[in-house]
Write a protein that binds this ligand. Structure first.
Ligand SMILES: [Zn+2]
Ligand SMILES: [Zn+2]
Length: 112
């Protein structure tokens, strides 16, 4: 059974271009990571998401494998990953308010 409050397709938000800061991080200990940090446009909590460089953003559904070409002309889709307590969060969800978010890719491309 679906939980309407946690149906990402029903609660999709388009983040403003300035809502998230894009970073590329290499701490030398693990894989290089892309990251976004900002505030969820739905619940306004701070949230951050990161993923390994080499996996590319797709318009919907997360990440593609290494053979995929980067998609830079469409926003990157994620679900809210805030750490706040939100009423109605299903036990299987480890965070977020349930919103799906399209995050515009940086105008100058992904950070290098
Ligand atoms: Zn949220
Ligand atoms: Zn939240």
């Amino acid at each position: 059974m679906s939980n309407a409050a946690y149906d990402h397709d029903a609660t999709v938000h388009h983040a403003a271009a300035t809502a998230f800061v894009w970073t590329r991080r290499d701490d030398g200990a693990g894989p290089e990571l892309y990251g976004i940090e900002g505030h969820c446009p739905a619940c306004h909590c701070p949230m951050a998401v990161s993923w390994p460089v080499g996996q590319y953003a797709v318009a919907k559904g997360g990440l593609l494998g290494r053979r995929a070409k980067p998609v830079t002309d469409r926003p990157w889709y994620t679900s809210c990953r805030c750490r706040s307590a939100h009423h109605g969060r299903p036990p299987g969800e480890d965070g977020g308010c349930g919103a799906g978010i399209y995050v515009p890719l940086p105008a100058n491309g992904l950070p290098e």
